[in-house]
Design a protein around this ligand. Structure first.
Ligand SMILES: [Zn+2]
Length: 275
């Protein structure tokens, strides 16, 4: 059983905000990386306990957020953008894919540090369905017929994953306390500071739950692979990204489009156009 595990940073228990924890010059970046890497190791341990034989970890946070020295030595680690970027070296030799440390998409009520790629993105849709970082990757996996088996991160993200990929095993490690009220028209900069309150599990308990969930997901993949479902979208594919107004990037257009007639992965890799 060969699995891919995609990591992100904002959905990790104990990671409090973006400015101080999630960018390379953040004062607590090293601490955040350690918290993520230990959550990642808990999922790896669970996957192996549930029957996995091979795991590739993808460091999915922009500048890289895993500490390679702390990472379980049994896995492969992919860092940096591949060519083409999507689907991050996933191919149909994988039996399943999971996430850890993930956050929900922009505009999700009661999520923590919600965004889609960057805080500049107001909303992204795939054939009209709102998608976040998870949904974009999950649709690539669907094209390769790789089932989404596990989703660990903040609670709103786990709901997003359940809606998108019914049957996925989820583990929530914190829950956001902010609604979306009044945030539709704010700038990227204001939005990035507006979704920062959350109730966190202790990192130790988060890791125990992640281990148990990941083990269950791998066992379920072995015993009932057909129980993992995926939102299906039909050809042709159109990804539309709508942007907030931004003080730092005032040149951003309101909307960008990517399209492909037959492949969602090719649409993800396609150049963005203004119409
Ligand atoms: Zn992210």
């Amino acid at each position: 059983m060969k699995l891919m595990l995609v990591t992100d940073l904002e959905g990790v228990a104990g990671v409090l905000d973006f400015a101080n924890w999630c960018s390379i010059d953040s004062r607590y970046y090293d601490k955040a990386k350690k918290l993520l890497t230990l959550e990642t190791n808990a999922v790896i341990e669970g996957f192996f306990a549930g029957g996995a034989t091979e795991i590739r970890v993808v460091d999915g946070h922009g500048p890289g957020a895993l500490d390679p020295e702390l990472l379980d030595e049994r896995v492969e680690l992919q860092r940096g953008a591949a060519t083409p970027v999507w689907p991050f070296t996933l191919d149909d030799s994988f039996d399943g894919i999971g996430w850890v440390g993930q956050h929900a998409m922009s505009r999700t009520p009661y999520s923590h540090i919600s965004h889609t790629g960057t805080f500049d993105v107001f909303e992204a849709t795939a054939n009209g369905i709102p998608v976040g970082e998870f949904g974009e990757f999950a649709l690539c996996a669907a094209e390769l017929k790789v089932p989404v088996i596990f989703a660990g991160g903040e609670e709103a993200f786990t709901r997003e994953a359940e809606n998108f990929a019914p049957g996925v095993v989820t583990v929530s490690v914190k829950r956001g306390c902010n609604s979306e009220e009044g945030l539709d028209d704010v700038s990227s900069e204001v939005y990035s500071r507006s979704k920062l309150s959350a109730i966190h599990l202790s990192p130790a308990l988060a890791r125990k739950k992640l281990f148990e969930g990941a083990r269950k997901a791998a066992e379920k993949l072995a015993s009932a692979p057909e129980s993992f479902k995926m939102t299906a979208i039909e050809t042709p594919f159109e990804i539309i990204t709508r942007f907030r107004k931004s003080e730092k990037n005032p040149q951003l257009p309101g909307v960008l489009y990517r399209r492909h007639e037959t492949s969602f992965i090719a649409a993800m890799n396609a150049p963005s156009t203004l119409e």
